[in-house]
Design a binder for this molecule. Structure first.
Ligand SMILES: [Zn+2]
Length: 287
């Protein structure tokens, strides 16, 4: 990608090295304990704050902790941080052009280890995510290393695709799609819930492609080979691929993000058309 020297977004909250401020203030619970709490909460779905309160004798966390310092906002100074700021800025330009006044810029929070958001406390083990409650994308940049070393998905456009996918979830939130889907999921079976999740995720992939299309056409950010890099990344993080890697077989009913083939298809659709309307994964029979 030709990203150097491009506009950097100011909507970056740099919390790297700060740690999850409130958890750090809990007396008696060392780092090991916190890691354990996060692991337990990740597998059980129990709110980590509840677990910490249980472990520290029911003492409320918020009372015992000092107020956290606000994270510095603005453009980061390191190369990877700058890269993320440029990609975010370009998604802002793209979506403002496509949606007009309806688009509000999301924030990108860079963190390391674990982070607190309106969605609770999250370990970076779960990967990058978007929290609809505070309109922020959360990204631990070390995910990019894991992507290239463990999944074989490397390159700057592969990384940009990850950011643009999360911004895609923000677009779904602004357009009211996220809310509708969450409502449907409440009354659905697990199988149906997963199927809805797949449609959401594939649409976010398609929206990421829409951004790529405009970054190429209007600002010449895309170099030969970049789109292929994105498609390789989409294939690498397909549910069938990840399940085969981790347990040797795959179970389509349990997919939440879609197969490699599906993820590539919808990312490609966005890149080719540049049109969000082409990303209607909800009325499409064939995914
Ligand atoms: Zn997603």
């Amino acid at each position: 990608m030709r990203w150097e020297g491009q506009r950097e977004s100011g909507n970056i909250e740099d919390r790297r090295g700060m740690g999850p401020a409130r958890i750090g203030g809990v007396g008696g619970l060392g780092l090991g304990g916190i890691v354990l709490v996060l692991a337990v909460s990740y597998f059980t779905g129990i709110n980590p704050l509840t677990l910490i309160n249980m472990l520290s004798g029911g003492q409320s966390m918020t009372e015992s902790s000092a107020p956290s310092e606000p994270a510095p906002t603005g453009s980061p100074n390191d190369k990877l941080g700058k890269f993320a700021a440029v990609v975010l800025a370009d998604t802002e330009t793209t979506w403002k052009t496509l949606l007009g006044q309806r688009y509000e810029d999301p924030r990108l929070v860079l963190f390391s280890g674990a982070v607190q958001s309106a969605c609770g406390t999250t370990s970076s083990a779960v990967g990058p995510f978007y929290c609809p409650g505070d309109h922020k994308v959360y990204l631990d940049l070390s995910f990019f290393n894991a992507m290239s070393q463990r999944l074989g998905a490397s390159g700057d456009f592969a990384q940009a695709y990850v950011i643009a996918h999360e911004v895609g979830h923000h677009v779904q939130n602004l357009m009211g799609i996220a809310e509708k889907v969450t409502r449907l999921q409440h009354q659905a079976s697990e199988r149906e819930r997963n199927a809805l999740s797949v449609r959401m995720e594939l649409q976010a992939d398609c929206f990421a492609g829409v951004w790529g299309h405009h970054a190429k056409r209007e600002r010449n950010l895309i170099e030969p080979g970049d789109f292929e890099e994105g498609l390789r990344a989409a294939a690498a993080i397909g549910d069938d691929q990840l399940q085969k890697m981790s347990r040797g077989y795959t179970r389509p009913e349990s997919w939440t993000h879609g197969s490699s083939e599906q993820r590539m298809t919808w990312l490609r659709k966005g890149m080719e058309t540049g049109d969000p309307k082409a990303c209607d994964t909800f009325s499409s029979h064939q995914l």
